[in-house]
Write a protein that binds this ligand. Structure first.
Ligand code: IDC
Length: 316
C-alpha cells in the first residue's frame, strides 16, 4: 500500500533528457557529444489532432527510433492560432500541452513550431508570437526536452532583415523565462536562404539555430550548396521539416535525391524532422489514407514515404 501511495504522489516529472546546447554548428549534449535529432512532424494541430496521443508518440520512439517530434501550430491557415477565437486558441494550447506531456513520457525532444505559412511575414502576428512564446517558455522552462521554433517558413519576399527583427523579439520573449532552451529561427524564402541568414545572424544569445527546409522532389544540389555556404560561415542548421515529395507536399517521390540529402545531413550531423504524421491523401503523409489507426502502425500501414523515412530513422 505504501508503494502504491508513493507512486500516486509522484509528480509528472520534466524530462530526464539532457538539455541540448549549440556548439559550433552542432547540437551537443551535456557531455559535449554531438547529438543528431531525428523525428517526425505532426500535420497541423488544427487538422489532425488525433495523432497527438501517448501511444503514437511512444510507438514513434520505440519502433521508429525517432528521438524528436514537432508540433506544428499553424498561425493563420485553417483554424490557426491567430485567426480563430479564444476557444480555438485554448484547444490548440491544450494539444501542445498534451504533445509535450506525451513526448516527455516517451523520452523524446519536442519542438513547438509557430507554423507561419500563408501569413508570409512573421511580423504579421509578432505581438501574438511574443505573448505565445512567453507563455510557453514560462510553462515549459523546467522541461529540458522542449525546443522552440519561432517561424516555420517566412515567404512572399520577406527579407532577412524583417525576420531578424522579429527573431530578436521572439528570442527575447523566450529568454525572459528560459535562458537555455534551443531556439530555431526560420530563414527567407520558405526557410531555404540560410546563406543569407549566415551573413548576419542574431547576436547576443546562445543556443540559436537556423532552419533549413527541403523537399527532394523539388530541391536538390542548388539548395545543398546554400546550406554548405551557411555551414562554412559557421551557422548552426536544423532541418525542422523535409520530405521527398514535391514542395507542394504531394506529387512523385524522389528517393535518389532524398538519399543525397540524407548523406549530406549525416556528414554534417544535421538534425532532421520528416513531414507529416497523418493519413491525408498526399504523398508527404506518412500513413496510408486507408489506415485510420492513430498508433501502433504496421509497415503495411505506411505510405512509401513513411517506409523510406523509417529506414532513415532506424539507420545508425
Ligand atoms: C501542407 C500540407 C497540406 C496542407 C498545406 C496547407 O501538407 O496538407 O493543406 O500545408 O497550406 C511546407 C509547409 C507545410 C506544407 C508542406 C507541403 O511548411 O505547411 O504542408 N510544405 O506543402 N513547406 C514546404 C512544403
Amino acid at each position: 500500500a505504501l508503494f502504491a501511495f508513493a507512486l500516486e504522489c509522484t509528480p509528472v516529472h520534466a524530462a530526464k533528457l539532457p538539455r541540448l546546447k549549440v556548439k559550433g554548428t552542432h547540437l551537443v549534449n551535456s557531455k559535449g557529444k554531438t547529438v543528431q535529432l531525428k523525428g517526425v512532424s505532426t500535420h497541423g494541430l488544427s487538422w489532425y489532432p488525433e495523432y497527438v496521443n501517448q501511444k503514437a508518440f511512444s510507438h514513434m520512439k520505440k519502433k521508429w527510433k525517432a528521438n524528436a517530434v514537432r508540433l506544428a501550430l499553424y498561425t493563420s491557415d485553417y483554424n490557426g492560432y491567430c485567426v480563430g477565437d479564444a476557444a480555438n486558441r485554448k484547444a490548440l494550447e491544450k494539444r501542445i500541452d498534451n504533445g509535450v506531456k506525451y513526448a516527455t513520457k516517451a523520452g523524446m525532444y519536442v519542438i513547438i513550431d509557430w507554423h507561419i505559412l500563408s501569413d508570409g511575414n512573421p511580423k504579421t502576428y509578432e505581438k501574438e508570437a511574443v505573448a505565445f512564446f512567453k507563455k510557453m517558455a514560462s510553462k515549459y522552462k523546467k522541461h529540458t526536452n522542449v525546443i522552440y521554433e519561432i517561424c516555420n517558413e517566412p515567404n512572399g519576399g520577406t527579407s532577412w532583415q524583417d525576420i531578424r527583427g522579429y527573431a530578436k523579439k521572439a528570442v527575447k520573449a523566450i529568454r525572459s523565462k528560459d535562458k537555455n532552451a534551443v531556439i530555431l529561427i526560420g530563414t527567407p524564402n520558405w526557410s531555404q536562404d540560410v546563406d543569407i541568414a549566415a551573413e548576419n545572424p542574431v547576436k547576443g544569445y546562445k543556443n540559436l539555430m537556423y532552419v533549413l527546409h527541403f523537399y527532394a522532389g523539388t530541391h536538390g544540389e542548388y539548395l545543398r550548396q546554400k546550406a554548405q555556404a551557411a555551414l562554412d560561415a559557421g551557422l548552426p542548421l536544423f532541418v525542422s521539416e523535409f520530405g521527398i515529395s514535391e514542395a507542394s507536399g504531394d506529387g512523385a517521390l524522389n528517393q535518389e535525391e532524398g538519399d543525397r540529402w540524407m548523406e549530406f545531413l549525416k556528414a554534417n550531423k544535421i538534425s532532421y524532422i520528416g513531414w507529416n504524421l497523418s493519413n491525408k491523401s498526399e504523398s508527404s503523409a506518412l500513413i496510408k489514407p486507408s489506415c485510420s489507426k492513430t498508433s501502433n502502425w504496421k509497415s503495411s500501414d505506411l505510405t512509401p514515404w513513411g517506409e523510406w523515412l523509417l529506414k532513415q530513422l532506424k539507420r545508425k
